[in-house]
Design a protein around this ligand. Structure first.
Ligand code: ZN
Length: 241
């Protein structure tokens, strides 16, 4: 059974549709690691699509911001403005669905969490080698998948020592090793590649592939401008940063 693992959709409907089309023939189930809203111009349609399609979903910091569990002052200026706008675009059902999401889930042999398994509601970024290796004691499954940094990468631990895969594209699991994988962002990539990112995971053969999917960036940017959201939120989609 192959899973498509999506994170950080951030209200980008164009990117989400392209990713769902790409994974349709490749994955039997969709998992989502949070931050479905915030930044982009289509929070409601993205929530509806993720709710309809995903087998398991966890909450991100933007879900907590949109439902009042994190105060506006916790976020930087553009994120704060986008969250205030986003709150007004969600209906009661969408808000209730976002508010009920758990911080962590276990599916198959994987722990799913938005930021770090160590303290999911501290919203720490896992970027450096040390960030990742320090989190292995906090999950009991063989695999852990995270979003939040918007940068694909992986860490693994086993008897042959630690390994950090910085610009992850594919990974083949070795016997006896455990893996922490950052899947990248569907709706706002920050690794210099503007294409949407998501992971395909086959626990049976122990394979992970980070796929990149081109989508209509110009349309997503135009909607952000039309909504009078901060301009930087559209510009950064073009740069992928
Ligand atoms: Zn995010």
């Amino acid at each position: 059974m192959t899973y498509a693992i999506l994170a950080d959709v951030h209200g980008n409907l164009e990117a989400l549709r392209a990713v769902l089309a790409d994974c349709a023939g490749r994955a039997a189930a969709v998992l989502c690691l949070g931050d479905t809203v915030g930044y982009g111009a289509d929070p409601g349609p993205c929530v509806d699509l993720v709710a309809a399609r995903a087998l398991a979903v966890v909450a991100g910091n933007h879900e907590w911001g949109a439902t009042g569990r994190l105060p506006p002052g916790w976020f930087n200026g553009a994120a704060r403005a986008a969250l205030a706008w986003t709150r007004g675009r969600l209906d009661d059902d969408q808000r209730a669905w976002l508010g009920a999401l758990p911080l962590a889930r276990e599916v198959d042999d994987a722990t799913l969490v938005h930021a770090s398994p160590a303290e999911p509601d501290a919203w720490d970024y896992l970027l450096t080698a040390g960030d990742g290796f320090g989190a292995f004691g906090a999950f009991a499954t063989r695999w852990c998948f995270v979003g939040h940094s918007h940068v694909p990468g992986a860490w693994s631990l086993g008897s042959s020592g630690p390994a950090h895969h910085r610009r992850l594209t594919t990974l083949g699991a070795e016997r006896g090793r455990r893996y922490l994988v950052s899947v990248g962002s569907v709706g706002q990539p920050r690794d210099g590649d503007p294409r949407a990112a998501y992971a395909l995971w086959d626990p049976g053969i122990g394979a992970v592939e980070i796929r990149r999917v081109a989508y209509d960036v110009a349309a997503a940017r135009r909607k952000i401008e039309d909504a009078r959201l901060p301009r930087i939120l559209g510009d950064r989609l073009v740069a992928g940063s």
